[in-house]
Design a protein around this ligand. Structure first.
Ligand code: IPE
Ligand code: IPE
Ligand code: MG
Length: 254
């Protein structure tokens, strides 16, 4: 099935992993039980990404705004993250996956920073697939940080504001090494972006599913990718223009 779909496979999928709390609540369990099962699901989705040949996956794991949750939940989430890194780093090395973090790295607890640094170091030569974790991430904070860095470059004469274009600005974002997301998935039925990749996702296809993150299995992931394959991406042009640009690639070349 993967090969049938390959021409319509997104290169970069961003996932807003939402609904862990509700999943646990439905079972009469504490929210952390949901988060624990959510982490288990990450491995499942990474395995399916391999089958589907999706090279870039970015997971929204902890937002700038999530610090406002009860302290015990935040501590639990950080502990789960450490557990994930302890367990998964070897697998990532073996599977040729490079790990990156997007977000305000310095604002994470020192122990988490240390483990992330090690995992990123251990996987930095990998180039088969790319997993980015959005941690302490928020698009607005990212944009402000990029603007400040740009202002610094302009002040020191290294950049000329008259020449600023999107490409240069994008190079100052956390995602400078990543292609724009083609598909953004949000689980748990909420149809909002919650400050995730607002600029980079300008032309992403958005797939919302009521399925809660711990239950977002291989089949659900495939449904999202199939949805993507049926979209016509226009980037501001008309549908007719896109169709005219898309005859057999060989014919287009002659
Ligand atoms: C997503 O699940 C995980 C994080 C935001 C860390 P939630 O914890 O937001 O689950 P709901 O939305 O309360 O069900
Ligand atoms: C978005 O989920 C952040 C993550 C998935 C990490 P939230 O549950 O925090 O988003 P809102 O508050 O419902 O918008
Ligand atoms: Mg939520």
């Amino acid at each position: 099935m993967a090969s049938e779909m390959s021409k319509d496979i997104p290169r970069h999928v961003g996932i807003i992993m939402d609904g862990n709390g509700r999943w646990a609540k439905r079972r009469g369990k504490p929210r952390l039980h949901g988060h624990r099962n959510g982490v288990v699901n990450v491995r499942r989705v990474l395995d399916e990404a391999k089958v589907l040949k999706i090279p870039y996956i970015t997971l929204f794991a902890f937002s700038v705004e999530n610090w406002n949750r009860p302290p015990a939940e935040v501590r639990g989430l950080m502990a789960l993250l450490r557990e994930f890194l302890r367990r998964e780093t070897k697998t990532m090395v073996k599977e040729n996956i490079r790990l990156r973090v997007i977000g305000d790295f310095g604002g994470l607890p020192p122990k988490v920073q240390a483990m992330l640094t090690k995992s990123m170091e251990d996987t930095k030569e990998n180039n088969g697939r790319h997993l980015s974790l959005a941690l302490n991430y928020g698009s607005r904070a990212e944009t402000i940080e990029a603007v400040k860095r740009y202002a610094e470059l302009a002040r020191s004469g290294e950049a000329n504001p008259d020449e600023l274009d999107w490409q240069q600005f994008a190079s100052l974002l956390y995602t400078s090494e990543l292609p724009d997301p083609d598909l953004i998935i949000r689980t748990s039925g909420e149809s909002r972006l919650s400050n995730f990749l607002l600029l980079q996702g300008a032309y992403a296809e958005i797939y919302v599913t009521p399925v809660l993150w711990p239950e977002f299995n291989e089949k659900e992931f495939r449904k999202a990718v199939e949805f993507y394959g049926l979209r016509e991406r226009r980037f501001g042009k008309t549908g007719e223009q896109i169709k005219a640009e898309q005859p057999e690639p060989e014919e287009a070349k002659c």
